[in-house]
Write a protein that binds this ligand. Sequence first.
Ligand SMILES: Cc1cc2nc3c(=O)[nH]c(=O)nc-3n(C[C@H](O)[C@H](O)[C@H](O)COP(=O)(O)OP(=O)(O)OC[C@H]3O[C@@H](n4cnc5c(N)ncnc54)[C@H](O)[C@@H]3O)c2cc1C
Length: 299
Amino acid sequence: MMAVARDIHVQGELRYGEPMSRHTSWRVGGPAETFFLPASIDDLSAFLAELDTSTPVFWHGVGSNLLVRDGGIRGVVVSATKMLRKLERVDGYRVRAGAGLPCTQLARQCIRWGLGPSEFFAGIPGTVGGALAMNAGAHGGETWERVESVRTINRAGEFFQRAPSEYSVGYRNVTGPANEWFLEGLFRFEPGVEPSMETLNDMLERRKATQPLGLPSCGSVFRNPPGDYSARLIEAAGLKGHRIGGAEVSGKHANFIINRDNATAADIEALIDFVRRTVLEKHGVELVHEVRIVGEEAA
Ligand SMILES: Cc1cc2nc3c(=O)[nH]c(=O)nc-3n(C[C@H](O)[C@H](O)[C@H](O)COP(=O)(O)OP(=O)(O)OC[C@H]3O[C@@H](n4cnc5c(N)ncnc54)[C@H](O)[C@@H]3O)c2cc1C
């Protein structure tokens, strides 16, 4: 694979051929041609401005909703999570959070500040940026219900302040201006809603009891179809425990696929497709995957 951007001067770190298996919760994925860890927002902006416009750019959070194919990702993968971790209380009910901040930290600090409803963020093992990109949600709460504005950067390294009205937001789906990524979000919580660490801990206990936590997965693979649950449909189709290569439909939660035994991304993608086809055949319901699938198939 030809590396790109070797002549670009940066303050941060450029890695070539970085295995994406180190950066996804499934622990699979081929190499990123160039993996960029910017030192600051200015470093990132200057890099994007200088980068050849034909080079594809992919933004990575912590890879908890990502299947990177075994052939890896062409172009540049931006990993800005470490330098976008700011969290500040702006006023009574508003909080500004950097895109690299783990959602669990957002939840815990908001509870300390007495700002709710915020507990649901603790159920999302990704970053604030990933939650904005996915409209991540849990236990009845969704990210964009709380968004007042976002700050973004585009492919040319320019900055924007945007309102929710500039995005089309749905269930685990957000579309907005193309080739633009989130740097931070301004979140508004509600007066009179008292969040509690007890509710958060109960929520996490329920997850432990019902999900195969501790085994490599990406959480729920498929979105729930209207009026039903993907896990119910997959279980009723007899697919719990079904395996392709090292990938397995979890026996604990049928909408989770786990990396049981050195799975490849191809094993996981084949199992996703098998589950989708089987559910369609048996129940007549077309499941749509929630997980983002990116990159090239192995040569
Ligand atoms: C055990 C487990 C349980 C889970 N439970 C839930 C749950 O209850 N609810 C839920 O919604 N999700 C859940 N997830 C899925 C996942 O945690 C969320 O989708 C999360 O929001 C992804 O964040 P991330 O930082 O890992 O993003 P990544 O997986 O790195 O990226 C996901 C997508 O977001 C884009 N992206 C990331 N950061 C940015 C940014 N700053 N700007 C623009 N685009 C960006 C990426 O390009 C990619 O397309 C679970 C995952 C696991 C492993």
